[in-house]
Design a protein around this ligand. Sequence first.
Ligand code: DAH
Length: 341
Amino acid sequence: MREQLAKIREDALALLSAVKSAAELEELRVRYLGKKGELTAVLKQMGGLPAAERPVMGQLANQVRADIEAKLAEARREVEARALERRLEAEAVDVTVPGKAVDIGHRHPMYVALDEMKEIFIGMGFMVVDGPEIELGELNFDRLNAEPGHPSRDWSDTFYFDKDERVMLRSQTSPMQVRAMDSLPLPIRMVAPGRVYRKDEVDATHSPMFHQVEGMVIDKGVTMADLKGTLNTVVEQLYGKGTRTRFRPHHFPFTEPSCEMDVQCHKCGGVGCPTCKGEGWIELLGAGMIHPHVLEMAGIDPDVWSGWAFGFGLERTAMRRFKIDDLRLIFENDVRFLEQF
Ligand code: DAH
């Protein structure tokens, strides 16, 4: 019996040392320590032993059971530790695997040009203001001296919301002049970029939606010389020092006198080429001294205050800035085009 017990102990410890899974572990526990297990089977033979040997064998059997239980506990800890290790391994994030690249966009070229322009004006003490694209006809036209019957009010040019022509998509950013006069304290120096809408077919130079940048100064003693000096400085900063401009007489209902400003063609230097359609000059903006009646309608005394204003097309400015030859490219959002900037 002594040998039997020794053999059980030896076999059990050896098998438990090599155990790999919780299931195997349980199988061994039942096999050695269970009610029908090997140890129990041996103990059942105790009755056949001489009385003197029984306590000795009993003690030995208890020792064997204790050894096997200790080994079983140790093996259980190992199995559990291995299981945890495997789980951690399986769930680990491999930081060396190359990531999925995310395409990061960038500013649209037109907004790059706009930001440059804003910087220039802010540097000269202008504030940047924003206003609604759905505008009152009163502000877009009446308050700007465009009386009923003015061609720009025509239904073929303008998007009205109602037949009374009260609400419309603004056709110019100039109503922002009126909004600024109505809401800001004098003196005023402001620029107002934004979208405008006209019933134009899309082609290389037209779109029913485009952007303008309006600008206005109202102060005491402001003259046309300030207008020219300011706009020349802006043009030089945008297109480089020494860029020449010219001012041509023009008509706008809300300025008197009115003018258009051209910039000397960057391609040919004024000689005339396809870019400037042989003119040597490219039209950049409309401007003028604010009409006294426009000031009056805003409650500003034209005998005390004077002002000038301008408005130019942002797409054109950006096209010239980045040498883009078709307006449609600006709005199509084709990344192959946009990625070039
Ligand atoms: N609003 C005019 C247009 O869309 C441009 C313009 C001309 C704006 C003269 C002005 C200005 O502020 O003074 O053609």
